[in-house]
Design a protein around this ligand. Structure first.
Ligand code: 6PG
Length: 237
């Protein structure tokens, strides 16, 4: 593991979420203070909901924050499977975040069109190098992250920031940020909890893993890489 990464291990899931919450507020405040704004890409799945609920209670200056999504399923925003829906229920609605601060991936559109539209919006919202201040990522037990799944075409993308990715193992299409954009981030934080992810964490941290089999091992940002773990997820060390 490159020395630019760090492990932050907490005894319980609750303690983990409290620690990430405080760190998130700190990163947001310093970005807003130094640059006047903060861009963050939210992770999907279920793990981050506990963090988002904490942010709904105590969050950054949402009027200076731009909320992006690392990936989305090929569903509409009201669908129970939607990453946007999870964020809306746990954070955006309870915190009263203005819709103008949220760049949603339009999962209801054909995936290729949704990817192209999202990339165009990101290229307007981000600096030319794509440097998102903070990218939050989850980790699947198969070591996928965002919607970069083992053996899928998105792993080969070298130029585009957002792609439509066919995921045969789930018989579906996803829209996902690509390695070029994710690895241009100032900070990338994996947020992982539970013993079921311990092997995937070990694989994600490996510098010898084949990223076609371990997509999360391809996340090596120009900035800082942190693994935020509970003890159970860190048990494979
Ligand atoms: C998604 C996420 C995906 C998720 C992992 C972990 O769309 O599902 O982008 O990468 O973070 O699958 O999911 P859990 O947090 O539900 O374990």
């Amino acid at each position: 593991m490159s020395d630019a990464s760090s492990m932050h291990v907490h005894p319980t899931r609750e303690a983990l979420m409290d620690a990430v919450h405080q760190a998130f507020l700190g990163v947001a405040a310093s970005a807003i203070e130094s640059r006047g704004g903060f861009t963050v890409a939210l992770a999907g799945g279920s793990t981050p909901a506990d963090l988002y609920r904490r942010l709904a209670i105590k969050g950054p200056d949402w009027s200076r924050t731009t909320l992006l999504f690392g990936d989305e399923r090929s569903v509409g925003p009201a669908d129970a499977q939607s990453n946007y829906r999870m964020a809306a229920d746990s954070l955006l609605q309870p915190a009263g975040v203005d819709a103008s601060r949220v760049l949603r991936i339009e999962g209801e559109l054909p995936p290729q069109e949704a990817a192209e539209r999202y990339e165009a919006r990101l290229r307007e919202a981000l600096p030319p190098d794509g440097g998102i201040d903070l990218v939050l990522l989850g980790l699947g037990d198969d070591a996928h992250t965002a919607s970069l799944f083992p053996g899928t075409k998105a792993l080969d993308e070298q130029d585009r920031w957002v792609v439509a990715n066919e995921v045969p193992q789930h018989d579906t299409w996803r829209i996902t940020m690509s390695y070029p954009l994710l690895n241009a981030a100032q900070q990338v934080w994996f947020l992982v909890a539970g013993a079921g992810k311990a092997d995937a964490v070990t694989q994600a941290r490996s510098n010898t893993a084949n990223i076609r089999e371990v997509p999360s091992a391809g996340i090596r940002p120009v900035g800082e890489l942190r693994f935020w773990l509970d003890e159970a997820a860190a048990s494979g060390r």
